[in-house]
Design a protein around this ligand. Structure first.
Ligand code: BG6
Length: 494
């Protein structure tokens, strides 16, 4: 394939086949192939490789290549891209595998036998209930060897027990070193920058503890509803879909101790310690420190939108589409510092950010005694990627000491003109390269599930119900939350 410019990359990976189960599914078309496509046109895939899309349908009846072209086009602003798309598509084989068995994988085995020295990267983009049977059939088909890797998409189960049992099935075929559990938030540029911000600067780390920080808020607000994923979402809800993975991983990066190096084991161990230190909920604290909600009809992006129940066409669903949690990391560094986690669908706008709220200055020396706002470090993950440090600044003029909070801003787009690779691009390259740093270990997953289950079991025990909120708003409002849950609105609304 031709690349548009001379490649700036020099690292040559070992030849590979990437074999995508659920290969004609939404995630594969929206994220996986566009990620490989962009790495290809950027000139990073200097080795030989093939992509295999596993489908259950007869390839003749499939609109796969039309769909692929559409999604690849949507993934770029470049107009002169047809030739690249054509060349990239020619690397993809659509192979039918009607069931997970040696017989079902006959065509795949035949294909793979043409590339005996390639590393096989199996990408499971299917419901996690299929992971065990697929692994078993791959092993029995003789398709797995020491070089093989497997990428697992979330959600990995729906409870501690189911996650463990899925893992047991997979580890009959793959070792922990061969397993890459993906959380795409860890591949986001600003999330990566969080590591650099904390550990490549001297300034922040010195004030990164309960002595200096009042509270930390992690928010992922989405304006979209559940779209076409009703049946999946209704079995998960906001807690399992977003908090169990993405928000907890962000919390880990904010709260962890500096790892000794960036080696996968070092980073994962530090994250694990945070997850294990999360304070578990009981019947009482779940009621005072968590809120769940579900959206009703409203307006989103200027259009009238349906309620969650109408979206999923199931009128007795109790699934939450919003959740807010106040939690603590019970260790020396974070003693009694609240971490507020919030996420919801059909909110007023799409934005994700981490806010570090510092404590007030110890003593106000200024005569007016006007309130001195706390310093804030705001790490905006999306839609625009930005870092702001809010500090008190003197208002110019001879009128004495008057001050107001002003932000020092670092806008990623202004500082770095190049295109930012999507999270999936970085993560897939790390799989090919064999670097597990940005992937979760099973121990992390177990610890996350233990904490999540302290919420789900106590929601059940206490009979906690959803607070309804109008679509296109900031979620459950002050009127309801002020009683006993004032914390929730602290800086939720901008
Ligand atoms: C996915 C969730 O993991 O993350 C979705 O299943 C959610 O429900 C999505 O919309 C959010 O990802 P991003 O990158 O758009 O913030």
């Amino acid at each position: 394939m031709q690349t548009k410019k001379k490649s700036k990359h020099t690292e040559v990976f070992e030849p590979f086949n990437i074999i995508v189960f659920g290969g004609d599914g939404d995630l594969a078309l929206r994220k996986i192939y566009p990620a490989l496509f962009h790495r290809q046109i950027d000139g990073q895939l200097l080795c030989e490789y093939n992509i295999v899309a596993i489908t259950r349908k007869n390839p003749k009846d499939s609109s796969f290549f039309d769909d692929l072209t559409k999604f690849l086009k949507e993934s770029t602003n470049e107009l002169d891209i047809d030739k690249d798309i054509h060349e990239f598509s020619s690397k993809i084989q659509l192979i039918e595998a009607p069931e997970a068995s040696v017989e079902g994988y006959k065509n795949l085995s035949e294909y793979a036998s043409k590339y005996p020295n390639y590393q096989n990267i199996f990408y499971f983009s299917t419901p996690s209930s299929a992971f065990g049977p697929i692994s078993k059939a791959l092993k029995e088909s003789g398709l797995v060897n020491k070089k093989s890797k497997v990428v697992l998409e979330k959600p990995l189960g729906y409870s501690l027990e189911s996650s463990k049992s899925i893992n047991e099935e997979i580890t009959k075929t793959f070792t922990e070193q061969q397993i890459y559990r993906i959380d795409h938030y860890l591949g986001k540029e600003t999330v990566q920058n969080l590591m650099v911000l904390r550990f490549a600067n001297n300034l922040f780390e010195r004030a990164w503890d309960s002595e200096h920080i009042d509270n930390i808020q992690i928010t992922v607000s989405e304006s979209l509803g559940v779209e076409k994923r009703a049946s999946y979402y209704d079995n998960s809800g906001a807690l399992l879909d977003m908090v169990q993975n993405h928000l907890l991983q962000l919390l880990c990066l904010v709260a962890m101790e500096p790892p000794h190096t960036l080696e996968a084991e070092e980073v994962r161990n530090e994250k694990l310690k945070v997850l294990r230190a999360l304070r578990l909920f009981n019947k009482k604290t779940v009621q005072s420190d968590t809120v769940k909600g579900q959206y009703t009809r409203g307006f989103a992006n200027g259009k009238e939108v349906q309620s969650y129940l109408e979206d999923i066409e199931k009128f007795n669903s109790k699934t939450e589409t919003f959740v807010a949690i106040k939690t603590y990391v019970d260790n020396w560094r974070w003693k009694e510092v609240p971490f507020y986690l919030r996420t919801g669908k059909r909110m007023l706008k799409r934005y994700s950010e981490i806010v570090i709220n510092f404590k007030e200055v110890r003593h106000n020396i200024f005569p007016s005694k006007e309130k001195l706002n706390n310093n804030k470090l705001i790490i905006r993950l999306q839609p625009e990627e930005r870092i702001e440090l809010v500090q008190m600044t003197k208002i110019p003029g001879p009128g004495g000491y008057r001050y107001k909070p002003i932000a020092l801003k670092l806008d990623y787009l202004d500082s770095f003109k190049e295109r930012f690779p999507e999270a999936y691009e970085r993560l897939i390259i790390d799989v090919i390269r064999g670097n597990q740093t940005l992937f979760m270990s099973q121990n992390e997953l177990d610890a996350a599930w233990t904490w999540i289950e302290s919420i789900t079991s106590n929601w059940k025990a206490s009979g906690q119900t959803n607070i309804l909120y109008e679509a296109g708003t900031w979620g459950p409002g002050d009127d309801i939350l002020d009683e006993g849950s004032t914390w929730i609105t602290k800086t939720w609304k901008e």
